[in-house]
Design a protein around this ligand. Structure first.
Ligand SMILES: Nc1ncnc2c1ncn2[C@@H]1O[C@H](COP(=O)(O)OP(=O)(O)OP(=O)(O)O)[C@@H](O)[C@H]1O
Ligand SMILES: [Mg+2]
Length: 245
């Protein structure tokens, strides 16, 4: 059995009297591909924010590689290997695509050996990531002029620059065409080959079912199902949550 990479247990988060998450257990194994789904407002992004340290949970524990993340600020969690892409990418529009990766690699991210990169190393590594994303031909273009699908790819590239063990992709496909969705799925599937576990948050069920080895479902802050994609999709409670009553 593969070891647990992320193990969140009993995670609870409320905003005033409103419970956005209630006793949620969520596990990801090393290299696993997990879909996290649920209707709008069900708590998916809130759970991600608790995992990445953007929010602190009110109750529960979150272990990453067996270590409790409690009290660890977001930037230290990134360094441990947790990266996320945002629902609304905001690259530095005036910078080139390459510089949007090169600059953080140069100034914000240590190599695994704990050293800073040279200008040349940062440039090479940035190009390498752009190639993985199919963005290398646009390296010199201004990020502000990118199409939606390329913006999503740049956002995933930025997350990859942190060399994560776990990548959480929060709605990287919303508003894209069917072909573009397939391009993003291919990129995310490629991460598995690099040993990276991926959590895909997505409303596009075709993508979730195609991509995921396991699917967890949140409804109104509670996890109502967790298992093989086809079984979860046939679960009457899940159907009810999506189709309404
Ligand atoms: N900072 C906050 N303050 C108050 N309420 C919040 C805050 N963040 C989220 N919420 C509320 O918590 C609930 C869960 O929100 P969340 O963004 O986690 O949902 P989601 O599942 O990611 O939805 P979507 O699919 O629309 O992205 C929503 O009702 C939301 O309005
Ligand atoms: Mg969300």
């Amino acid at each position: 059995m593969t070891a647990s990479l992320l193990a969140a247990t009993g995670v609870t988060k409320h905003f005033g009297g409103f419970y956005a998450l209630e006793k949620v257990d969520f596990e990801v194994r090393a290299g696993e591909r997990v879909g996290l789904i649920g209707p709008n407002g069900s708590g998916k992004s809130t759970l991600v924010n608790c995992i990445t340290g953007t929010l602190s949970s009110d109750e529960g524990t979150i272990l990453f590689e067996g270590h409790d993340l409690a009290g660890l600020p977001a930037h230290r969690r990134i360094r441990r290997g947790i990266a996320r892409s945002f629902q609304l990418p905001r690259p530095f529009a005036a910078m080139s695509v390459l510089d949007n990766l090169r600059i953080p690699l140069l100034y914000a991210a240590h190599t695994h050996g704990g050293k800073w990169r040279s200008e040349e190393q940062a440039g090479d590594e940035a190009m390498d990531i752009l190639r993985q994303m199919g963005l290398d031909a646009k390296a010199d273009e201004k990020s502000g002029g990118l199409t939606q699908v390329d913006l999503r790819k740049l956002e995933l590239a930025r997350a990859m620059a942190a060399r994560p063990k776990l990548l959480i992709s929060d709605e990287a496909m919303a508003g894209l065409s069917s072909n573009e969705i397939d391009e993003i799925i291919t990129i995310l599937l490629g991460m598995k080959e690099r040993g990276i576990a991926v959590v895909m948050i997505e409303h596009i069920m075709r993508a979730v079912v195609h991509f995921s080895e396991r699917v967890a479902v949140l409804v109104a802050g509670r996890k109502i199902a967790d298992g093989k994609p086809d079984e979860v999709m046939r679960n009457p409670e899940v159907e009810k949550a999506y189709l309404g009553e």
